[in-house]
Design a binder for this molecule. Structure first.
Ligand code: ZN
Length: 145
């Protein structure tokens, strides 16, 4: 992000918050060269990614669905909406998410790795919401892992 004052390319984010129903992220930035501070509104990118589900069906990656699963599972467990949005952005920037296709299992694993300090109950809830685990065997599989 270029500094509007001196055109220097090195700016750092000093504050980041989600605005307007999560479609936009408001960032306060500061230029590392002239220290000019400015605000940007960045539209959340839509990733062109196909998710292969456990049952063999495929669907377009849906950021809203992932967010909902995270909100249902982790909200009020020290994870604010801003934090959840940040986690999703981090995940979407991973190399394995840049390809054409990803499995829902891989998404689940990446979420788990990102949130490994959070509690297990929340993760299992996430697995059941996002990965559509339904049977007892499904839960036993995730518990083993
Ligand atoms: Zn500057």
């Amino acid at each position: 992000m270029k500094c509007p004052k001196c055109n220097n390319m090195e700016t750092k984010v000093i504050d980041s918050r989600v605005v307007e129903a999560w479609f936009w992220i408001r960032r306060r930035r500061s230029c590392e060269y002239c220290e000019h501070r400015f605000t940007t509104y960045e539209k959340v990118a839509v990733t062109d990614l196909i998710v292969a589900k456990r049952d063999g069906t495929k669907e377009m990656y849906d950021r809203d669905k992932l967010r909902r699963a995270l909100v249902v599972s982790f909200w009020k467990k020290n994870l604010s909406l801003e934090k959840i949005e940040e986690i999703i952005s981090q995940l979407e920037n991973k190399r394995s998410w840049m390809g054409k296709e990803i499995t829902s299992k891989k998404i689940g694993e990446d979420v788990l790795n990102t949130l490994k300090n959070e509690n297990d109950v929340a993760y299992i809830r996430f697995a059941s919401v996002f990965m559509e685990f339904e049977t007892k065997a499904d839960f036993q599989e995730i518990l083993r892992e």
